[in-house]
Write a protein that binds this ligand. Sequence first.
Ligand SMILES: [Zn+2]
Length: 307
Amino acid sequence: MGFLKSIGGVLAALLVLTGCGNDTAESDNGNGKLDVVTTTGMIGDLVENIGGKHVEVSSLMGPGVDPHLYKATQGDVKTLDSADMIFYNGLHLEGKMTDIFEMMSKDKPTIAVTEDFKENQLRKVGATEHDPHVWFDVKLWIVAAEAVKKELIAKDPDHEAEYRENYEEYVLQLEELDKYVHEEINKVPEDQRVLVTAHDAFGYYGQSYGLDVRGLQGINTLSEYGSKDVTDMRNYLVENKIKAIFIESSVPRKAIEAVIQGAGKQGHKVEIGGELFSDAMGERGTEEGTYIGMVRHNTDTIVRALK
Ligand SMILES: [Zn+2]
């Protein structure tokens, strides 16, 4: 009996030793939670809602940060390196981090939340590119939620039941949100359902909820807008008698101001309809600091300005 016990003890010690240095399901943060790092705050919010108390989430890109231009710092690389799992958007939203994701994927799950999206769910831009701003179609964000649920279960099957339960609960909230946006946008007169913003982040939003969407800059913010873009946009506003255009929290506002000035010179008054949260959420603790709050804020702002 004593002999068996001591053998058992030696085996346990060996297991602990060989466990060292390996990435096991439970991380080394000492609290038994999965250490998850995400790029955008929207993805961080999604993982928190589905992971619940079994995950510790940190997001690299805070309020006001533009993911198209974001380059990982040395500190980010350390953070990513010590994570148990990484979730990012994909579809080249984080265009300057591709190499890092590839590197990280060699020793830990490094997952694009858009991995299971079907071709026909994505907006095509040009011949080969896809619009990455999928979170503004709430129904599509449910597809991303599904991927997060699946990957959390794969990494940490012990808590499968809870991940499923959290997912079901959150999906109900998202379905309610989707309904809310439809109802609110329907309050805007049809000929005023035009959403003009600094860059093309709202294509999915427009497609799902019935607005024409125009961005001064294209699908990403990598290329600077030119004076022709400003003139074209000005003409568009004047011709269509658009009353309000919107600034974005993660894009400098000077482009939009140039357009407003141009329209003013032609005798057409355009107002700033408000600030939208496009590629980054608001501060933690504010309404816009959650995904649901951000979509509601944007919708309320748009409806108030265009109604
Ligand atoms: Zn964008």
